[in-house]
Design a protein. Structure first.
Length: 368
């Protein structure tokens, strides 16, 4: 009798082991379902930064299969509020998300903290530099598209004053201003880029007020490192040109102003990383792709941009894809105090770009 019970117990254990083994194989071959969490700094219909990320997730999930991914999103989480950020991240972790994406720079330290508390959850932070065994970081070389958009601005200004509404005084934004200005100066050495800092990523009213101040000071082309379309709206209302950011921004509301925009194309990255979780192959990493990898690009130039200018920009795309930021930050580069920062025949390395705290020749910052 005892022998019969022992055999039955062994059979049950074997059956359970087989079930768990099959379940593991299912997840490893990508036939399981992954729960993905995302936090955004602004609404996903902001027309800019968050919308670009949201579109990336939508496209990625469609490619993987909606039956394989459950997406949980929390919007309008301010990245300068550590408590709200922590609450949002923990909510997603407690709801069973296996991978969580935090899509703004200021989330970085809180993501690191929460990742340590949830070692079985995978975290990905956009635009920062910290990593753990379960925390990766990712960004892109948007400076390539910034440079190309600068060629458009430099070619189309008549006042030789180009406005630039910028968010936060960090290397990411300074790098973007410099790349844009290098593009401007490559076709128009007499032009200057006038910068106003808003100290906010997303505040349409503040963004618009800064844009109007620059336009009233004589700027006839407006560019931006902000998360909404407010700068483009100001350009439309004031009768000047506008170059957007983040997402294709063209609409009838800004059709008389909008020229183009450096844009983010996140879908391929998100598809790769979510699929890696499904396949059991996710690893931490530091991603920094560019136009070659298809993670950044220049929006279609509108009919407002003359054909010769479009041809000039398009002729550089192949070179940009081949050389990337090595081309953008190739010397000689002189800063706006007259000091040589990059010698002829060399190019600023990644470390130098990531720590950039100076401006190239042609940049004029309000209040400096």
């Amino acid at each position: 009798m005892k022998l019969r019970k022992s055999i039955s117990l062994l059979l049950c254990l074997s059956l359970l082991a087989g079930i768990f083994l099959l379940a593991g194989c299912s997840a490893a071959t990508g036939t399981g379902k992954v729960k993905v969490g995302v936090i955004y700094i602004s609404p996903t219909n902001d027309g800019g930064w968050s919308q670009a990320h949201a579109n990336g997730f939508k496209t990625a999930i469609a490619a993987i299969g909606a039956d394989k991914v459950e997406l949980k999103e929390i919007t309008s989480v301010p990245d300068n509020d550590d408590q709200k950020t922590e609450t949002a991240l923990k909510q997603l972790a407690e709801e069973g998300c296996q991978i969580i994406f935090a899509t703004s720079y200021g989330y970085m330290n809180t993501v690191e903290k929460v990742a340590k508390e949830y070692p079985k959850v995978k975290f990905e932070h956009c635009s920062g530099f910290k990593s753990l065994d379960n925390m990766a970081n990712y960004f892109g070389q948007i400076e390539q598209a910034r440079y190309l958009s600068g060629i458009v601005a430099g070619s189309m200004t008549e006042s030789n004053k180009i406005g630039y509404v910028a968010a936060q005084k960090i290397a990411e934004c300074i790098r973007g201003i410099n790349a844009f200005t290098l593009g401007v100066q490559s076709v128009n050495p007499d032009a200057e880029v006038q910068v106003i800092w808003t100290n906010t990523w997303y505040d349409p009213q503040v963004e618009k007020e800064a844009a109007i101040a620059l336009i009233d000071a004589g700027c006839d082309v407006m560019a931006q490192h902000q998360d909404s379309t407010a700068v483009q709206v100001a350009a439309q209302e004031k009768g000047v040109y506008g170059i957007g950011y983040d997402n294709p921004m063209y609409s009838d509301a800004i059709k008389d102003a909008y020229l183009t925009a450096p844009i983010w194309l996140w879908a391929s990255y998100y598809q790769t990383r979510i699929q890696a979780v499904l396949d059991g192959k996710w690893t931490k990493g530091e991603y920094w792709g560019g136009m070659k990898e298809g993670v950044v690009g220049l929006d279609t130039m509108t009919a407002l941009v003359p054909k010769d200018v479009q041809d000039k920009v398009n002729a550089l795309v192949g070179t940009m894809k081949e050389k990337g930021n090595e081309f953008v930050f190739a010397g000689p580069i002189i800063d706006n105090t007259g000091t040589e920062r990059v010698a002829a025949g060399s190019s600023l390395d990644k470390a130098g770009q990531m720590s950039m705290d100076w401006y190239v020749k042609g940049v004029v910052v309000a209040g400096d």
